[in-house]
Design a protein around this ligand. Structure first.
Ligand code: PRX
Length: 637
């Protein structure tokens, strides 16, 4: 058996040989002629000359050996639906969806925006796009009209696929009115909207634009739609993520590199074997959903369990803190992927629930998306008695950057550390201002990657190569390296520890949000003159957003009832614009915000005060009263 150190070394020293070997894990229609083209850094082209298709590798490829085996296991504790689709059945549904999209005019290279709850049709839609070479842009169903509109505007989709409603904790969340409003707000209008009617919420249709999936499905029941053979470097999808500005970035991914990266990660990191079941509790609206609900497990020939609902609700809609373990037992889940937040929610449940089910099929629990705190890791590790594998990555990377590849070589995990650099990632720590590489253990620096970035990594920002280069590759003086915008340290054995973001991105319950987007939404309220939003540590959600607002009418500062009213209105505005996820936990009113003399908001100082920490160097601060006000407000809370 190769040691991980050798495996890793080869991936960095001889990337062509290394990745050519990994590329054998997927099926190609035409073999590639060049493994890695890095002629124009930082842009990388993987597997040039090769043609393949993601849907072929996820579905069609398995028909030969496992047509009747489970491919998609769908469980909704919101609607009580539980249904298993075999690979043959999934193949049928995906072709119906592909034929429907084609009938609506979708062609190779067109964008299809998917705004859907966690229903099987969302998986059909993603795979159908991949099948016909359309670029899917999945927007998280928890986002509201404003967020959705800016994504429609940027992606200019020919067709939108959506549904009448989602459901959360038994509460119906209508999607259609939010979609209609988003299309109204956007200057780009999709030609057609394909709608799944779940019967949860009334859904008036717009004549000439809206089509029902049930109608189109019936019309295309027996259609055969062959896979479009895509160049390896053709775009498979874009997914929007937050950054420092209010404008979300369309992270763009290729086809062949992504397929290879996922196949390799399923083998070396997630240890998924054909015929087994993988259960990722994420949502298709996030990168984890793309990589490890839909494509990764299916490419590996596994069944994937797609779950709609809370971790604490049973199929009979009664509280059930053991629902996930019940599903692990029932479907013999071998690998499970979740987020620390979800585990912290479960930790409040009766620990006996973990012992109630036969969890012997489970080999590991993978957690990602936010720092894994030690008490949470210990609790779940003792409860499940399987390795808990933290993994650190980003929407941009598509698959883990730091973790442990146990299938290459078993290695000990270290509490608080997501692990060591994964094959293909040349990870470095750089000094924040000088850009010098930090080589000594336990020095704090910015986590960066040296190019070429491995297969699966983002190609660019959709329609904006300049923004891609300027945002990610030019943040360190004098060096062209990819910045993760995370702080980190490395111990003497090479294990990394992630210490939070260097920018204004916050992480609420494992969901990545930009404080600027929230600020822009709040600024839109007529009663707000100025606003600062910061992320504040929270024991359950990791972080929550907290807003400090200078009201236009200073009377609000003295009138508690008026302040409460304005706080409620501002929260409602954020709900409507961005979605409840982005809603600040509190809106506090101040007469002035802490700024530097040049007018730059001192977000880090505000955040430190909110968390009861030292505010750091304040020599550049303009008006000391500003921070004192926040200190007083927090003290009074
Ligand atoms: O700050 C890091 C944090 O989440 C960011 C990426 O979020 P997102 O683009 O939503 O991708 C999530 C993919 C799993 C990172 O820049 N983060 C992610 N995983 C971890 C983490 N922080 C600490 N530990 C992790 N395991």
């Amino acid at each position: 058996m190769t040691s991980y150190a050798d495996f890793y070394r080869q991936s960095i020293a001889q990337p062509d040989a290394f990745w050519a070997e990994q590329a054998r894990l997927i099926e190609w229609q035409q073999p590639f002629t060049r493994v890695c083209n890095y002629d124009k850094p930082p842009f990388v082209h993987w597997f040039e000359g090769g043609t393949t298709n993601l849907c072929h590798n996820a579905v069609d490829r398995h028909l030969k050996d496992r047509a009747s085996q489970a491919a998609l296991i769908y469980v909704s504790t919101e609607t009580g639906i539980e249904k298993t689709y075999s690979f043959a059945e999934l193949h049928g549904e995906v072709q119906r969806m592909a034929a429907s999209l084609k009938a609506l005019g979708v062609q190779k290279g067109d964008r299809v925006l998917i705004y859907m709850p966690m229903i099987a049709e969302a998986a059909f839609a993603m795979l159908a796009c991949a099948r016909i070479g359309a670029i899917h842009c999945v927007v998280f169903g928890g986002f509201a009209s404003g967020s959705l509109a800016s994504r429609i505007e940027d992606a200019t989709p020919r067709v939108v696929v959506s549904a009448d409603a989602g459901s959360r904790g038994g509460k119906v969340v209508p999607y259609k009115p939010l979609l209609d409003e988003a299309i109204r707000l956007s200057s780009h209008k999709p030609e057609a909207v394909l709608l799944v009617d779940r019967g949860l919420s009334p859904m008036p249709l717009v004549a000439g634009r809206d089509q029902l999936w049930s109608d189109l499905r019936a019309r295309h029941l027996d259609d055969q739609v062959p896979c479009e053979w895509m160049a390896s470097t053709d775009i498979s999808y874009t997914i929007y993520t937050s950054g420092t500005t209010g404008k979300p970035k369309g992270v763009q991914r290729d086809t062949g590199g992504y397929a290879v990266a996922l196949a390799a990660s399923m083998k070396h990191i997630f240890e998924g074997r054909p015929g087994e079941t993988f259960f990722s509790t994420s949502d298709i609206g996030w990168v984890v959903g793309h990589s490890y609900i839909i494509y990764g497990p299916l490419i590996a020939g596994m069944a994937t369990l797609m779950y709609e609902g809370l971790p604490t609700q049973g199929l009979d809609k009664q509280p059930d803190g053991g629902i996930w373990w019940r599903l692990v037992e029932k479907y013999k889940v071998t690998g499970m992927f979740s987020a620390p937040t979800a585990v912290r929610v479960l930790k409040k449940q009766d620990p006996a629930l973990l012992r109630k089910y036969d969890l012997s099929s489970l080999r590991a629990l993978f957690l990602a998306g936010e720092p894994l705190d030690e008490p949470t890791a210990r609790w779940i590790s003792e409860g499940l008695q399987v390795p808990i594998i933290d993994n650190y990555w980003q929407t941009e990377s598509g698959w883990p950057i730091l973790t442990i590849a146990n299938a290459v070589e078993k290695k000990a995990t270290r509490f608080g550390s997501p692990g060591i650099p994964m094959y293909g990632y040349n990870v470095k720590l750089l000094h924040e201002s000088t850009g010098e590489e930090l080589t000594q253990p336990n020095e704090k620096g910015v986590v960066v990657l040296e190019g070429p970035t491995p297969p699966g990594f983002m190609q660019t920002i959709w329609k904006d190569d300049a923004r891609f280069v300027n945002t990610y590759w030019k943040s360190v003086p004098g060096k062209m390296v990819y910045s993760t915008f995370d702080w980190g340290i490395r111990d003497e054995d090479g294990y990394y520890f992630i210490l939070g973001r260097t920018d204004d991105v916050i992480n609420v319950a494992g969901h990545r949000l930009g404080t600027r987007e929230i600020e822009e939404s709040i600024s839109g309220h007529a009663g707000a003159a100025e606003v600062a939003v910061v992320g504040v540590a929270d024991s359950l959600k990791g972080q929550v957003a907290m807003a400090f607002v200078v009201p236009k009418d200073s009377a609000v500062l003295l009138d508690a009832a008026a302040a409460r009213k304005l706080e409620g209105e501002i929260m409602k505005r954020v709900d409507q614009d961005l979605g409840a996820l982005a809603r600040p936990s509190r809106v506090r009113f101040v007469s002035v915000l802490p700024k530097t003399r040049s007018g730059k908001l001192l977000r880090r100082a505000i955040q430190a005060v909110c968390e009861g920490r030292d505010a750091g160097d304040l020599t550049t601060m303009d008006d000391p009263v500003a921070l004192q006000q926040i200190r007083d407000l927090m003290g009074a809370a």
